[in-house]
Structure formats: C-alpha cells, structure tokens
Design a binder for this molecule. Structure first.
Ligand code: PLP
Length: 387
C-alpha cells in the first residue's frame, strides 16, 4: 500500500462492535478479564493500548518497517534506542544533529558508559573512520537543522552494514513522504512526531520504527519496563495528523520552494529592491545547495524548511523576526502554520558559540518553517519583514 493510502487506512479499520468508521479512543488504564489470564490481548495500558497500537501499525506501514513503537516525545524514542546499547559501546553520529540528541548522549549516556563520537564530515568515509568494534549504532539526521545538509543514507548504510553495526536515521525533517530510510538501508527510523507527522503543533510525540520486528521487541520491552508510554489522546491526535501527511508535505514543499526561489532571486535583482540583504538562502532543491545531487536522488521534495542568512548580521535578523506577522516567532517546526526561529538565541542556544559558528549557525541566521498557508501571503509577509 502506498503512503497516502496507508496513512489513512492502516490501523483504522472500522470498529468491530459498533461499525464506527473512525475507531474510538480507548480511554482506559486496564482491561477486564474473563478468567485470570484470559483476555483479549490487552492487560494494562502502559504495556499496550489499542489506540497506541493503531498508531504503531500505521507508522510501521508508512515507513516500510515491520514494527513501530510510539513514545511520548521524540527524545523518549531516541532514549529508548540508546538505552538498548550497553556501557562500553559507542555511537557514531554526524556532529550537527538535533541539540536534544547531543544533550542526551553527553549528559545522560556518556556518564552511563556510552561513548559518542561525532564527525563534521558527512561522507561515508568519515563515519567509517570513527567506527571500531565497540560501535553498535550510527546515528544520522538528514536534512540537518538548520543548515539543511543532506547526507547520503544508502552510502552510509553500506559502510555501517560492512562493520556489523546498525543505522538509525532521524526522519523528522523529511518524513516518509519525502524519503524512506529503511528502503535505503537503515535499520531504525526515529521521529519527533511533534513536527510534520502530527503536523498541527498541538501534540508532543515520538516513535522508533524498525526494519525488523525482532529489533522492535527490546524497544517495546524497554518502554514497558521504563514506563515511557504516550497517552491515548496524544496518540489519537498524532494518528489523525498523519492521515493528511501526504497532502501537507506537498504543500509545505511547494510553498518552501517558491519562497526559496523568490529569496534567492531577490539578491540577483529579480525581486523588489531595498530592505535587508540576504547573504545566503539555503534550500536542498536550489541549484547552489552543496548536496543538491544527493537531495535529487534521495528526496522527492525539498521539505518545508528554508534557512536564510542576513548579510548585516544579528540586528537585521532580529528586526525581521519582530516584523513578520503571518510567521509566528516560535521554536519547533512542521506545523500547518508558518514559524520563524532564530537558532542562535532560541533552539540552538545551548551549543557553545564557537561550535555553533564553526557549523555556520551565525547570529544572522534565521530558520523558516514554511506552513501551508497561501504562499502569496507568506511572500508578502516576508517582503514586509525584510522592509
Ligand atoms: C524536535 C526534534 C527532536 C526531539 O523531539 P521532541 O518531540 O521535541 O522530543 C528530535 N529530532 C529532531 C530532528 C527534531 O526536530
């Protein structure tokens, strides 16, 4: 079944008792048994809840994995994956990953005995160079945040497989609508469903999707043992959001590309003159993007994020963030509404300045999470913001 169909139908069979086309939300902590140990497959909602199971089936189907486990946040999902490693193991990761992933590795897992190694070079050779016998997991995120570097998943997967390790891809930015890491060789896909999967900025959630059902077992066991389970209302909202993922991603990509092209043309005298000057417009489908060839191969759309750099630095970036009206100044991304974020002060503030700047996250950089509003209103808002 293809994504748009699976997103709507998998886990959403009409209710067996009433025929309700949309299955009910199962608001229950426990399940009545006929006789001790005789039940309908559910005993206690930390272990399993039908609303959560419905979402998990859907997630596995849309990512092309055999099984999925839903968590109450993206970081809880990431945590479950790292927690299944052992002290003395190592993880190799691209350096420019989600700040919370870096914090989890450094603040929680390094003291516990997990060694994390980071490469600034996203080439397969660079990942390979950091791997040894202790390396059990390679972690990557593509496109990266906020510089939108695109990493070749298939090429890294080959290196990881040759070493006998496993590959996890954080697919939060691209979603299965744009790229399918498991098809490209990944063993795990991790999501912050808070972003595009949920899609409406109204719920925090996460998931681990496994290529093989056998790999999902220890993750579900960890969820049950450690107690990190999402509630039925939250998983319902996430599942409801996923039903429109395919059309939303098309709209996000269309709007983001139009904005990226408009802003890139602006510097070349194609747009209105005057106002703040941009020294860079970053979008994976623009001709000058350093990883455009990989993006063309790997992603069937550029995604909904456009990153811009103000030539005049912080003051101009700040002024723009304050002036835009349709774009809300807020952290997070991936919702139907457009957001603007200043990474150096907001989402990426915990990264030391030198490290941040060495990665190109300067004080003049602004990240746009382009929503699905009418793009003419978005471009007009950006123009008046640039003033
Ligand atoms: C937001 C985000 C996370 C963390 O997810 P939460 O749901 O906030 O815990 C992980 N990875 C990426 C790429 C993210 O954008």
């Amino acid at each position: 079944m293809r994504l748009a169909t699976a997103a709507i139908h998998v886990g959403q069979e009409p209710d067996a008792v009433t025929g309700a086309t949309v299955p009910p939300i199962h608001i229950t902590s426990t399940y009545t048994q006929e006789s001790p140990g005789v039940h309908k497959g559910y005993e206690y909602s930390r272990t399993a809840n039908p609303t959560r199971v419905a979402l998990e089936k859907c997630l596995a189907a849309i990512e092309g994995g055999e099984a999925a486990t839903a968590f109450p946040s993206g970081l809880a999902a990431t945590n479950a994956l790292f927690a299944n490693l052992r002290p003395g193991d190592s993880v190799v990761s691209y350096a420019d990953v989600y700040g919370g992933t870096y914090r989890l590795l450094e603040k929680c897992f390094r003291p516990w005995g997990l060694d994390a190694r980071y490469t600034n070079d996203p080439s397969p050779k660079a990942f390979d160079a950091l791997m040894d016998k202790t390396t059990k997991l390679v972690w990557l995120e593509t496109p990266t945040n906020p510089l939108l570097r695109v990493i070749d998943i298939a090429a890294v997967a080959e290196v990881v497989r040759a070493r006998g390790a496993k590959l996890a891809v954080d697919n939060t930015f691209a979603t299965p609508a744009l790229q399918l890491p498991i098809k490209l060789g990944a063993d795990y896909v991790v999501h912050s469903s808070t972003k595009y999967l949920g899609g409406h900025s109204d719920v925090i959630g996460g998931a681990v999707i496994c290529k093989r059902a056998a790999d999902a077992e220890p993750i579900a066991t960890y969820l049950n043992a450690a107690g990190s389970c999402p509630g039925p209302f939250d998983v319902y909202l996430t599942h409801r959001g996923i039903k429109t993922l395919a059309v939303r991603m098309e709209a996000h990509c269309r709007n983001a590309l139009a904005i990226a092209e408009h802003l890139a043309g602006r510097g070349k005298g194609k747009g209105p003159a005057g106002g703040a000057k941009l020294s860079r417009v970053v979008y994976p489908k623009l001709e000058d993007h350093p990883d455009r060839a990989i993006a063309e191969r790997q992603m069937c759309g550029g995604g909904g994020i456009v990153t811009i750099v103000f030539a005049e630095g912080f003051a101009a970036a700040k002024r723009f963030c304050e002036r835009v009206k349709v774009f809300s100044l807020a952290e997070s991304l991936g919702g139907v509404e457009s957001l603007v974020n200043h990474p150096a002060i907001m989402t990426h503030a915990s990264i030391p300045r030198e490290v941040r700047e060495s990665r190109g996250i300067t004080d003049g950089l602004v990240r746009l999470s382009v929503g699905i509003e009418d793009v003419r209103d978005l471009i007009e808002d950006i123009e008046q913001g640039l003033g």
